[in-house]
Design a protein around this ligand. Structure first.
Ligand code: PEP
Length: 255
C-alpha cells in the first residue's frame, strides 16, 4: 500500500515573512489532513525560508523539503547548498525539476549524483522526470522518460531506490494550465516509469516506489489524478502558493 504524498513546490516565491504567513495559513488544516498518516504532505519553500518553515511545522506531521542541492558535501562551490546543511532543516529534496534542467543546465548525470548524495545523507529525493512538448508530439514520451528514470537510478541500490519518490511532470503541463489527462499520466507512470524500475530492480520495487503526477494540478482537476491506480499524489507548483487551493488538493488525496 503506497501512501500518497503531496509536495508543494513554492519555486522562487515567498520572502521569509511571506513564507511565515503562508505556513501559518496552512498549518492547522494540513495537520488535521495528515494526522492519521494516510497522506504525507511536504512544503518546499526557497532555501532561505526553509528554517523558518521547518520551525513552524516542527510539532506537526507536515514535512519540509528543499528544491535543490549540490552533490558535494562541502567546499569551494559558491552559491551551492550541501546535503548536510539540508539535513538540519528538512527531510526531502526535489531533484532534477524541469526548470533546473531547462534554465540551469542540469543533466541526467547530475540528477543521478544529486540523488545518490541525498540518499547518503538521509534525505528523501523527489526525482523529477518528464518529456517536453516536442518530444511528446513526436511520440517519444516513453523513450525520454524511461531514459531519465534509468539515468537517475544508475548505481543506486534497491533498498535506497525504494526510499525515493518520483514525480512525473510533463514539461508542457508545468505552469501552463494544460494538465495531462489522468489516464495519460497513469499510463506513463504505470508502463514507462514502473516498467523501467522493474527492469532496473524487480517488480516488487517498481510497485513500492511512489510516483506523483505534477503539472497544472488544481483543486478542480486533482480528483482525476488521485483516482488513478498508478498515481501516488502530486507535486504542485502554482496552486501550492494559495492556501485554500493547496489544502483542497491535500484533502482530495484522502478520498
Ligand atoms: C511544478 O513546479 O513542479 C509544477 C508542477 O508546477 P505547476 O503546478 O504550477 O504546473
Amino acid at each position: 500500500m503506497r501512501i500518497p504524498i503531496i509536495a508543494g513546490n513554492w519555486k522562487m516565491n515567498k520572502t521569509i515573512a511571506e513564507a511565515r504567513e503562508l505556513v501559518g495559513a496552512l498549518r492547522d488544516e494540513l495537520t488535521r489532513v495528515a494526522a492519521d498518516g494516510k497522506v504525507q504532505i511536504v512544503l518546499c519553500p526557497p532555501f532561505i525560508a526553509l528554517a523558518e518553515v521547518a520551525a513552524r511545522v516542527k510539532e506537526t506531521p507536515i514535512k519540509v523539503g528543499a528544491q535543490n542541492l549540490f552533490w558535494e558535501v562541502k567546499g569551494a562551490y559558491t552559491g551551492e547548498i550541501a546535503p548536510p546543511m539540508l539535513n538540519e532543516v528538512c527531510d526531502y529534496v526535489i531533484i532534477g525539476h524541469s526548470e533546473r534542467r531547462q534554465y540551469f543546465g542540469e543533466t541526467d548525470e547530475g540528477v543521478n549524483k544529486k540523488t545518490r548524495v541525498a540518499l547518503a545523507h538521509h534525505l528523501t529525493p523527489i526525482v523529477c522526470v518528464g518529456e517536453n512538448l516536442q518530444q511528446n508530439e513526436a511520440g517519444q514520451t516513453a523513450q525520454i522518460v524511461g531514459a531519465q528514470v534509468r539515468a537517475a537510478f544508475t548505481e543506486i541500490a534497491r533498498d535506497d531506490a525504494r526510499r525515493c519518490v518520483i514525480a512525473y511532470e510533463p514539461v508542457w503541463a508545468i505552469g501552463t494550465g494544460k494538465a495531462a489527462s489522468g489516464a495519460g499520466a497513469n499510463a506513463v507512470i504505470g508502463l514507462t516509469i514502473r516498467g523501467a524500475l522493474a527492469d532496473l530492480y524487480d517488480e516488487a520495487t517498481a510497485q513500492t516506489i511512489r510516483v506523483q503526477y505534477g503539472g497544472s494540478v488544481t483543486p478542480k482537476n486533482v480528483a482525476e489524478f488521485f483516482a488513478q491506480p498508478e498515481i501516488d499524489g502530486a507535486l504542485v507548483g502554482g496552486a501550492s502558493l494559495l492556501a485554500a487551493d493547496f489544502i483542497a488538493i491535500c484533502q482530495a488525496a484522502r478520498k
